[in-house]
Structures are given as structure tokens and as C-alpha cells.
Ligand binder design. Sequence first.
Ligand SMILES: Nc1ncnc2c1ncn2[C@@H]1O[C@H](COP(=O)(O)OP(=O)(O)O)[C@@H](O)[C@H]1O
Ligand code: SF4
Ligand SMILES: [Mg+2]
Length: 382
Amino acid sequence: MKLFSEKPLKKESGNYISARESYNISKENKRITNAIERERNRKNVPESEYLTVMNNPENVVEYDNLHTYFFTDIGTVKAVDGVSFEVPKGKTVGIVGESGCGKSITSLSLMQLVQRPQGQIVQGEIRFNLGEKSYDIAKMPTEAMQKIRGNQVSMIFQEPMTSLNPVFRVGEQIDEVIKLHYPQMQKDEIKNRSLKMLDLVGIANGEGVYKMYPHELSGGMRQRIMIAMAVACDPKLIIADEPTTALDVTIQAQILDLFRNLKEKINSSIMLITHDLGVIAEMADFVVVMYAGRIVEKGSAHDIFLNPTHPYTVGLMASKPVVNKKVDRLYSIPGSVPSPIHMPNYCYFRDRCDKRFGRCNDDYPPEFCLSETHRTNCYLYE
Ligand SMILES: Nc1ncnc2c1ncn2[C@@H]1O[C@H](COP(=O)(O)OP(=O)(O)O)[C@@H](O)[C@H]1O
Ligand code: SF4
Ligand SMILES: [Mg+2]
């Protein structure tokens, strides 16, 4: 079913849209989002509608041509526009790119937490491997998704204070997560597991911290609590969206250390989202580089760090500060990202690219295969 037209909206004059145009856009948006919402809010949908099979059973998640759009009054924002990558079992996949490139919306789509009704998955699949069966999250109704979220997949956000409930003791909040996942567990068993989780995330005085309220803890401690909550239910996948960005530098290093140690102690796969290549270099097995809603390069950490190919990835590497290397001015990629509403049909990076040549005026570059793991969307590698 095609719900929306690909035809760009015609502007009546200049760079501004008139009140009439805006009215027409909102009317059309309402029609589109209402239709999607009706589908999503159905009750008792048979499981067969969203059952799927993994391409490779060794993957926990397979994104396949995902499109997540925002239907706004000034036009359709293609926040995620045809993203495909996989997260193998027990591995860490880093997603990197500058602010606004669609990293968070990619992960929120998997959680079905994109702001509705204006934000919607309009095309593609997100296959999630539950072991004995697999679901396509893009097709799952809200009702079914609630059983997966926080149970099979958990998320750690940038700002822990907004995710913790200020009126409950942190111990109770970890208990709550465990209760949801292991309903048969007794009260004292649950508390023991919570204390074990506090220990796992490096909190020494577990018994004491268990009884504290979020405001009594420092930012770093709160982020540890969030991590404890995320691992408490033994999820298949943990999504960490800029988990260290809101912390100061020394605490950042501690939390990263914690993540690295944790990786060896738990079975979960990790999807680590950040704008900081340094963080990715320390943690990730695979790297996905995003630019303006699309993936421009992906590969193993080895591929991306030793042999970056896409001029955008190369630019990102060059703009990373290096300890002990004195530079007059840190490199920054010149120019800016095209408007998310009026994307060109040629390479989105062209106007900022110092390697562009004749071929770059053609259609958006397809994916070129450099090795079994390494892919790039750049005509230099045709
Ligand atoms: N609620 C929203 N309404 C409209 N556009 C949005 C909304 N949330 C995000 N976007 C747009 O989606 C794009 C991707 O956002 P996001 O995934 O949050 O970027 P980041 O890579 O920084 O995490 C941005 O261009 C942003 O403007
Ligand atoms: S396709 Fe051309 S413009 Fe785009 S990144 Fe490659 S060289 Fe640059
Ligand atoms: Mg983000």
C-alpha cells in the first residue's frame, strides 16, 4: 500500500510556504498518519501478520531498508531514509554521524518510540530475533510491542535524570524491571538480583544506594543505575543513545570502562549511538556511518578505522582531536547538510565534498562492496 506520494511539494512562491499550502499539507498529513495509526492501534492482531524470518539467524536485529518520516506542517522530513544494517549476536555496533543525521530515530524506530502521530515508519523491516521466532517490529501493533520493550530490548538515554522516576527509590525502580521480566520471582529474590546488578555496574555500597532517591546521586551514579536497569532483565539487545554525552569527561571515561567490562559479562548485543568516533573506536565491533538519514559507509571497526573510504568518514576522522598532536585549528567539514525536506537526488554530501567529480552529479550513489564486511556509497569506489 502506497500511502503518500513521492512528488515534492510545489512551492507557490520563494522559500516560504503560504498559509494555504501549509493547510493543505497538514490535511494530507492527517490522512496519512490516521491511516497508519489505525493499523497500529488494532487489538488482537494475529501474530502471523508480523512473524518473519531472519536472513541470518546469528543476527539479533536486521534493519532492512527502513524509512521513518515525520509529517510536519512544512513538509515531510525523511529522518531515516532507507537504512539497512545488522546487529550480530553478542556484538557491539556503533552508529556514528553528526547531530540530526537520524541516529536516534533509527533506534527509536526499533523501540516504537518515535513521536507519534507525526513520526511514522512508512517502509521497510526491522527484524528482531527472539530465539524461537522472529518479529518484524515495523509491522507490530502497539499492544504486542509493549511485551518486547524493556524486556527483550532496553534503552539507555543520554540524560539519566529524565528516565528515572524522582519519587521512587532507585532500588525499587530496578526491582520493577526485574518483576516485569521474571514474574515468578519472590520479593527477596528480586531484591538480591537488584543488588547483584548494582554490584555489576560498579556501585560499591549497593545496600545503601538501593534505598536512595535519584536526586541523592551524582550524574555518573545515575547513569550506572540506568545501565543496571537496562541489563537487569537480560535483554537480547541494549541500545545506548549517547550514554556519556551529558557527563563530564572523567565520568565519561568511567562509564565507557564500565560498558567495556560489561560487554564480556553479559550476552546482550549493544547498539551504541554517538557523534564521537573516539567512543566507537574503544567499543564497537562494527561501525555504521550515517549522513542525512542514510548510511554512507559501514564495516567492521577495522575496516572503518584503518581504511575509511567515504569522504564523509574521512572528514569525521580528521575532525577528531588526537592527544599529543598539536594543531592550530581542529579540522571541521565545511558546508552544511541539505534541508531534510528538500533532499537533492544526487549524493547528499556532494556540496561539501572535496573529492567530487563528474560522476557525482548523477543519481544518489548505490552501495559499493569493498569486502565481505565493508560497504560504501561513493562513486570513487565504483
Ligand atoms: N519530532 C520531530 N518532528 C520533526 N522532525 C524530527 C522530530 N524528531 C526528529 N526529527 C528530525 O529527524 C532528523 C533526525 O533526528 P535524530 O535521529 O534525532 O538525529 P540524531 O542523529 O542527532 O540522533 C532530524 O533532521 C530532526 O530534525
Ligand atoms: S559520490 Fe562524489 S560527491 Fe559523493 S562522497 Fe563520493 S566523491 Fe564525494
Ligand atoms: Mg540523537
